[in-house]
Design a protein around this ligand. Structure first.
Ligand SMILES: Nc1ncnc2c1ncn2[C@@H]1O[C@H](COP(=O)(O)OP(=O)(O)OP(=O)(O)O)[C@@H](O)[C@H]1O
Length: 264
């Protein structure tokens, strides 16, 4: 445990376990997961399908309840953290309401939380600027490209200015060029806002490009097989992907994924 640091971790999991009880018997989704995430880190979770990445993110968001171990978010239980609006959550699909404009989609959580109309307008303006969608507030989701819709859903998750952003494969359905562009924009946003980001992906280059910390997970029961603290600088142009340092980290991630498979 990190006894020297005086700052409290944003996310701390100790011996976390989760077994789903299903009609077909128990499914052991997470096993003995230990992880510490500090403020301002960009943490990616990578691993084969079904290894528990989404389940772990959902535990942090208090959408699933672990069956063993401990998990704290900003020093609180995940449920308390949720009530304190500790995080915004971006899902795999943009999930925007088609009958609401982009601005009204972003306002929805703010309306529910009782923000005044003037505050709502201010927040919408700020977050649209953060995701480079100024001027699109009056459009409907179908008038935007897939990449723009995903940016709008990030704006919605940023609307109440939570310290933590949880993102479950937000760019998985987009083509590579759009994804590259969104990766760059996401890094710029992270640098500007200093949020702590938890990001699920299947892509090794995406994980290495974005993260300060890469968590490699193995197939069921989902365990952490490697945690890599990235040696890459915070400033990352896309061509950093051709550098020996980048390729070395990508290699280590690939090895971690292979080792996990070998345990099967
Ligand atoms: N509510 C649930 N009830 C029963 N089993 C579940 C439930 N949610 C997830 N699982 C199972 O737990 C395991 C982990 O699922 P999870 O969605 O976390 O994996 P993942 O790594 O995010 O996969 P993917 O990359 O395909 O999204 C899987 O075997 C899944 O079928």
């Amino acid at each position: 445990m990190n006894t020297e640091s005086t700052t409290q971790p944003v996310i701390e999991a100790r011996q976390l376990d989760l077994t789903f009880q299903t009609n077909d018997g128990p499914i052991h989704a997470l096993k003995d997961v230990n992880l510490t995430v500090d403020k301002g880190e960009f943490v990616s979770f990578i691993g084969p399908s079904g290894c528990g990445k989404t389940t772990f993110l959902r535990c942090i968001a208090a959408l699933e309840t672990p069956t063993g171990g401990t998990l704290t978010v900003n020093g609180m239980t995940p449920d308390e953290a949720r009530r304190n609006r500790a995080y915004g959550y971006v899902f795999q699909a943009a999930g925007l309401y088609p009958w609401r404009t982009i601005a009204k989609n972003i306002k929805l959580p703010l309306e529910i939380m009782g923000y005044s109309s003037a505050e709502q307008d201010d927040r919408v303006k700020d977050v649209l600027e953060l995701v480079d969608l100024e001027g699109f507030g009056g459009k409907f989701p179908w008038q935007l490209s897939g990449g723009m819709q995903q940016r709008a859903s990030i704006a919605r998750a940023l609307a109440f200015d939570a310290d933590i952003l949880l993102m479950d494969e937000p760019f998985g359905a987009l083509d590579e060029i759009v994804r590259d562009h969104l990766n760059e924009q996401l890094l710029a946003l992270w640098a500007r806002t200093e949020k702590t980001i938890g990001f699920v992906t299947h892509s090794i280059p995406e994980a290495v490009y974005l993260s300060t910390k890469i968590v490699v997970m193995s197939p069921r029961p989902g365990r952490i097989t490697d945690v890599i603290d990235s040696p890459l600088p915070k400033e990352r142009p896309l061509d950093i992907r051709d550098t020996p340092e980048f390729i070395e980290v990508a290699h280590r991630v690939r090895e971690g994924l292979r080792a996990g498979h070998a345990d099967e």
